[in-house]
Write a protein that binds this ligand. Sequence first.
Ligand SMILES: [Zn+2]
Length: 149
Amino acid sequence: MGRLSETYLVSVLKNQCPRCRKGKIYSSKNPYKYGETVKMNNHCPVCNQPTQLEVGFYYGTGYVSYALSVGFSVATFIAWWVIIGFSLDDNRFFWWMGINAALMISMQPLFMRLSRTLWLSWFVPYEKDWKNKGIIEGERMIEGQENNW
Ligand SMILES: [Zn+2]
């Protein structure tokens, strides 16, 4: 384990390149800016790692995003259960459903970024010596098709 800022979890949560854990994956700082949510740098600005390894590379992230949403709902359900509780005699369950849904919708841009960052991190391993090692090249990339999905 290196410094905290270089651990896997921290770099994923900060949407940093999985290879060097320094460069930013997304071109815009603000995930809530319209049209910028999943706009990525084609290459890591620090170590030059491509962020698109093949055509349709991020196609599977819908499942990751779904899993994140389910995990988030389970977490809020448990927190609500512990802090507020559920009862058949009142509307507390429906309050949880409404608040959870509102939270999930408002956090969608964050989930979308996180799921892509996670996805990339499962294909591109951390390279401590990234300055001296070769990058993991994309296969079957078509110029002009980048960022098209
Ligand atoms: Zn990098």
